[in-house]
Design a protein around this ligand. Structure first.
Ligand SMILES: *Cc1c(COP(=O)(O)O)cnc(C)c1O
Length: 239
């Protein structure tokens, strides 16, 4: 039987060889995406050595965090952010990958004031994915980065993107290249970024070849998820 531990070792080995073949000479971190997985699955991955986990829904995450208080986990929030959830998110996560508007960044900044360490944030960029309305358009990226940079309780670390899913490697490369160009452009404008959060179960090797420093992997590690409640009636439940 394939266990979470077996799959974790396979994924880490794949990441390592993709890293070795990458022209960017970057270090790559695995973010285990545990949405729709029970706390027991997180515990299993943790026992196998994984300590960084990503969640998409704040309430679901909070419940699991309560059950896993005995573990030293670094939690990353990667889902769409509603304004009324900014407090919960700012106070219960170390990282947020999905900041795409100033109002949300300002609310996260305010809610983080009571915590000593700043909240690490990535701006989500919308490249070529018509399916998701999330993410700032590349042409609006620099203005948003400039507005976030001075917020004292946030630390702008880089960019996140969820390109349109495709099995075509050429297409994957083209999409990741766009994100990489946005990232390089910000760095050349003086932003001190170190994080490119791209790549999921089906395309993380390609993402690493294009410079990913964090890959966000769910189903390849935990197995298939039950469809999310709000997409249960949709014909496509593969996201
Ligand atoms: C669900 C999700 C992932 C993981 O997707 P898999 O294809 O299961 O690896 C990564 N990033 C985000 C933002 C997600 O919502």
């Amino acid at each position: 039987m394939t266990t979470i531990s077996n799959r974790l070792q396979d994924i880490l080995a794949t990441i390592q060889s993709a890293e070795a073949n990458s022209a960017y000479q970057q270090r790559v971190q695995l973010l285990a995406v545990s949405k729709a997985q029970p706390a027991s699955a997180i515990r299993e991955a943790y026992a196998a050595g994984q300590t960084i986990f990503g969640e998409n829904y704040s309430q679901e995450a909070l419940e699991k965090q309560k059950q896993l208080m005995d573990l030293v986990i670094e939690w990353h929030f990667i889902g769409p952010i509603q304004s009324n959830k900014t407090q919960i998110i700012a106070q219960n996560f170390s990282w947020v990958h999905s900041v795409d508007r100033l109002k949300i960044a300002q609310r996260l900044n305010e809610a983080r004031a009571s915590i000593k360490t700043p909240l690490n944030v990535c701006i989500q960029v919308n490249v070529s994915n018509e399916d998701t309305k999330s993410g700032v358009l590349p042409e609006q990226l620099e203005a948003l980065a400039e507005a976030i940079e001075p917020l004292p309780n946030l630390k702008l670390r880089g960019l996140m993107a969820i390109p349109a899913p495709t099995a075509d490697t050429t297409q994957q490369i083209a999409q990741f290249k766009q994100v990489r160009e946005c990232y390089d452009a910000l760095i050349s404008r003086g932003f001190a970024l170190d994080t490119l959060s791209i790549g999921m179960s089906n395309d993380y090797e390609t993402a690493i070849s294009q410079g990913a420093t964090i890959v966000r992997i769910g189903s390849a590690l935990f197995g298939a998820r039950a469809p999310a409640k709000n997409t249960a009636l949709s014909t496509s439940n593969n996201i």
